[in-house]
Design a protein around this ligand. Structure first.
Ligand SMILES: [Zn+2]
Length: 269
């Protein structure tokens, strides 16, 4: 399997639109891996993870063809992951297709938001629930419960399995509650994409990971066998407010065997 990171920024991207933070200024000046669009990824060219406000520019930048997607799977309804209007361009009057070429997977809030925004449109929507499997072709998608956002939302991280390989995509996670840790105990990951939103700024906010919490999560996953020496670990969802440039993150995380994600990175596992 291959995961292609299309966006690796936090909610407001890097550089953030209105920001004077050190990291935003650095990214404006230097470009390259320090420029991070809103979080999204593509698995094997066919499973699109989240469809946020930067979707168009990501597809153009990476020379992708969205007609090849068989699934659009949403993690949760925050605006950096779920830009509902981006769905409209697949059908009439923008195209002549009778159906979108992909199945939409999203929690109940997302399913309801799409149905209420486009009540007459023939989207194929699968309403997802944490710890319940769905399939798309020979891919198995299993959302797990993240600890992020409103307690009323079933916010997901997503396990994707195919051909004996297992990926966990966890952009907005916080430190999981015990049922999620227990569920993961039965999984051995070949690749883990894990948020490090708050970087070097340690905050009391529990819905995202700072670098120390990131390291604690990896350590516990190793202890319980979910992460092994063979697991590829990649970061994503970096906020400019984390006060960490790409190079600074690499200096801290590369010695731990962690790859610092960036827009455009492809990881094969
Ligand atoms: Zn986010």
């Amino acid at each position: 399997m291959v995961i292609h990171l299309l966006g690796t920024g936090g909610a407001d991207g890097v550089p953030a639109l209105y920001s004077e933070s050190r990291v935003s200024k650095y990214a404006r000046e230097h470009g390259g891996k320090d420029v991070r669009s809103r979080a999204s990824a593509l698995v094997d060219g066919v499973i699109k993870l989240d469809l946020g406000p930067d979707s168009w520019s990501q597809v153009v930048r990476e020379r992708l063809d969205a007609r090849e997607w068989c699934a659009v799977a949403y993690t949760h309804s925050d605006a950096d992951h779920f830009a509902v209007e981006e769905l409209q361009y697949v059908l009439y009057p923008f195209n002549d297709y009778e159906m979108a070429g992909f199945t939409i997977f999203g929690n109940n809030l997302i399913s309801e938001a799409i149905r209420s925004r486009y009540p007459d449109w023939p989207f194929e929507i699968v309403t997802t629930k944490s710890f319940c499997q769905s399939s798309c072709g020979d891919y198995v998608l299993t959302p797990i419960k993240a600890r992020h956002g409103s307690p009323d939302e079933d916010t997901h991280n997503i396990i994707i399995q195919q051909g004996g390989r297992t990926l966990l995509y966890a952009t907005d996670t916080g430190i999981w509650d015990e049922p999620t840790w227990a569920f993961l105990m039965d999984h051995r990951l070949d690749c883990l994409v894990l948020e490090c939103t708050e970087g070097f700024v340690l905050t009391p906010y529990n819905g995202h990971l700072d670098i120390e919490e990131f390291e604690q999560v990896i350590e516990r996953l190793r202890k319980q066998g979910t992460v092994t020496d063979g697991t590829k670990i990649v970061t994503t969802h970096h906020s400019h407010n984390g006060d960490a440039t790409h190079a600074e993150l690499e200096a801290r995380l590369n010695p731990l065997g962690v790859v610092v994600g960036y827009d455009g990175l492809k990881v094969e596992f």
